[in-house]
Design a protein around this ligand. Sequence first.
Ligand code: HEC
Ligand code: HEC
Ligand code: HEC
Ligand code: HEC
Length: 114
Amino acid sequence: MTRSNLLAVLVALVCVSVCTGLVAAADLLADRHSTRGLGCASCHGTTGPQTAVTAATCIACHGAYTAIAEKTARLDPNPHASHRGELACGECHHAHQPSVDFCAQCHDFGFKVR
Ligand code: HEC
Ligand code: HEC
Ligand code: HEC
Ligand code: HEC
């Protein structure tokens, strides 16, 4: 491989990692709230980001579990109405990291949690 080819490969690699990073950053739940005008304080309140955000904060805007379950009634099974009861939102929805499918520990429903 010539030196210029090597350089081209390196540039391509850097671009791929930076660009994927940007896409991932814009796709996190906290950023998608910010995009809708809901900044840090809408979840973290006045106590600052060091204080953990509990499910009660999410429920204050999104409504109780039963209301949220109605919005995902299209999903079978419903991730918000299961034998696991009223799980903390953070078992699936992460604000600053990719969200996870809690149920996948035991099942293969293929939930894609935003
Ligand atoms: C949709 C609600 C929400 C919004 C909006 C939000 N956060 Fe968070 N934040 C959380 C939750 C929930 C956690 C706990 C960790 C997690 O779920 O990712 C957290 C954790 C944190 C932490 C602790 C470190 C970590 O990553 O766990 C910091 C620092 C933080 N947030 C800063 C911010 C800042 C700065 C903003 C505004 C740019 C912001 N947050 C907006 C919900 C939110
Ligand atoms: C200050 C009000 C507010 C708080 C607090 C809040 N949200 Fe939201 N959230 C919204 C609004 C408004 C939308 C956009 C409309 C909708 O989809 O309901 C939204 C959208 C969402 C969506 C849809 C995904 C998307 O990006 O389109 C999810 C999932 C969500 N919120 C989860 C959470 C979780 C989990 C928490 C707690 C960590 C939280 N929200 C805290 C107001 C809030
Ligand atoms: C077992 C995993 C899991 C838990 C726990 C969970 N969710 Fe979800 N949630 C999902 C999945 C899967 C979807 C559908 C895909 C998406 O929109 O993320 C969803 C969708 C949503 C939506 C979008 C609904 C719409 O309009 O399409 C909101 C809002 C939401 N969840 C809020 C919450 C809140 C608030 C909590 C805690 C009270 C919570 N979720 C707990 C898995 C979960
Ligand atoms: C720790 C393991 C575990 C987790 C996590 C878990 N389940 Fe289950 N689930 C089970 C077991 C065990 C059964 C009973 C299996 C049987 O007898 O068929 C079951 C049965 C079910 C059933 C009925 C049988 C089927 O497979 O259709 C549904 C629906 C279900 N779970 C949904 C969920 C949902 C939604 C979540 C996430 C909110 C979840 N489960 C999380 C272990 C788990």
